[in-house]
Design a protein around this ligand. Structure first.
Ligand SMILES: *Cc1c(COP(=O)(O)O)cnc(C)c1O
Length: 429
């Protein structure tokens, strides 16, 4: 029997890597079938080990906003290589990076660079706790802030005063300090705050949520959170790992004009290399070691190669605001095209979209939180995913993800995606 190279690699990988992948969503468990191993990419297209070509709408889960193998970023990385690429000592590019971040996101007065979004979020929570001298945090069901223990928490019973571990290995002790509220539900937040008076250090939220499929904040929701935090001395943390430098140069906080106390960043900030950052009010950030007592460190933090890619990316975005108009146009063309096809076929599935992010939910219900997102028809989504893949369009392999667009998508690509969408829908419905 002839098997594909992807298939052979996956079989080998499964014997030596848990589940054959280094991050769970890559395994295609939510859509069936085996994952495809990627060999290379250019612009909006990726090629697998068997030389199949796909137009893709993941863009490494966000970072490749200028398309794959961007030459300007490649050149910036080349420049680092002759001078060596890790010293564990301060370097010029870290200062330039901090300058650029504080310019692009004015709520960030001081910033610390780390190596991933996970690290940024767990550090921001530690700093909020150290700053307020309080222990509990509030997060929202369906929001993802990386895989630190304090975020892998579900509501459970007793949810008003403590959470329940959402993964084996997370202790009840940790879960006791994370409370779960519902997205777009200020009452659920107020109830938790009232029941835990002067115990909440931080509220952490994706100000536009992309990890339960795309869910937008309703009018007044983020303002309401800002209010609750101000009244109760709680640190408001916007997790803009996904949305930062994507939904606007200055992220959701610029687009919706609302300022958090701390912001976490990742993905685009590394231009495709592993970088994260957290920052915000100087008063809070001055508590971080060695300026203050709250410990946080990293051997490879501010790594020159990663900085060069991130700097090239952010400088480009900062100097070319037309990128964002282009992304809006591409997003609109795709979403409106899909809507038109769905109407023609008599399907009224919900599409949530903003700028260069969107999710097609396989339900006609309005999706405002994790509960409503979970009513989607996941079997149908799996069929849709496979049907699109067969036609050369690589989507996020889960209903509970946003799609990410890049400026590399051409009109031809968009036309092909829309053709594939119509053919797939006709095939699966
Ligand atoms: C991806 C993501 C993270 C985690 O970032 P990693 O670099 O994968 O650790 C955190 N928060 C949000 C909103 C994300 O989308």
């Amino acid at each position: 029997m002839i098997t594909s190279i992807s298939q052979q690699l996956f079989e080998k990988a499964q014997s030596i890597i848990p589940g054959g992948v280094n991050s769970p969503v890559r395994a295609f468990k939510a859509v069936g079938g085996n994952p495809i191993f990627i060999k290379k990419a250019k612009g909006a297209c990726i090629y697998d080990e068997d030389n199949n070509k796909y137009i893709e709408l993941i863009n490494s889960w966000g970072p490749m906003i200028l398309g794959h193998a961007n030459e300007m970023i490649a050149e910036a990385m080349q420049q680092v290589l002759t001078d060596s690429w890790s010293f564990g000592a301060p370097t010029r590019r870290e200062v330039e990076m901090a300058e650029l971040i504080t310019e692009m996101m004015p709520s960030i007065e001081k910033v610390r660079l780390v190596n991933s979004g996970t690290e940024a979020c767990l550090s921001a929570v530690r700093v909020a706790r150290g700053f307020t001298n309080r222990e509990k945090i509030i997060k929202f069901a369906g929001c993802y802030h990386g895989h630190a223990d304090c975020f892998l928490i579900a509501a459970g019973s007793g949810a008003i005063t403590f959470g329940a571990p959402d993964s084996p290995g997370v202790t009840q002790g940790v879960a006791n300090d994370t409370l779960i509220a519902n997205y777009n539900d200020l009452v659920s937040v107020q109830n938790l705050v009232d029941a835990n008076k002067d115990k909440i250090a931080a509220i952490i939220i994706e100000p536009v949520a992309g990890n339960m499929g795309l869910v937008l904040p309703e009018k007044g929701f983020l303002e309401g959170l800002r209010n609750i935090c101000d009244k109760n001395g709680i640190v408001l943390i916007f997790d803009e790992v996904m949305t930062g430098f994507r939904l606007a140069k200055g992220g959701v906080q610029e687009r919706l004009n609302i300022k958090p106390d701390l912001t976490t960043l990742g993905k685009i900030i590394g231009g495709g290399l592993p970088v994260g950052a957290y920052g915000g009010k100087a008063e809070i950030m001055n508590c971080v070691a060695p300026a203050g007592k709250i410990y946080q460190a990293g051997t490879l933090s501010g790594n020159p190669l990663a900085m060069s890619a991130g700097l090239a990316m952010l400088n480009y975005l900062n100097e070319n605001p037309s990128v964002y108009q282009n992304l809006e146009n591409i997003g609109q063309k795709l979403v409106q095209g899909i809507q038109k096809i769905n109407q023609k076929l008599g399907l009224n599935y919900t599409i949530n979209s903003i700028g260069s992010m969107f999710t097609l939910f396989f339900t006609s219900e309005k999706i405002v939180d994790f509960g409503t997102a979970q009513r989607s028809d996941l079997v149908l989504f799996g069929k849709y995913f496979q049907s699109m893949l067969k036609r050369g369009v690589y989507l996020a392999p889960s209903q509970f993800e946003s799609l990410f667009l890049s400026i590399a998508l051409t009109q031809e690509d968009i036309d092909h995606i829309l053709y594939a969408h119509e053919a797939s829908m006709k095939e699966i419905i």
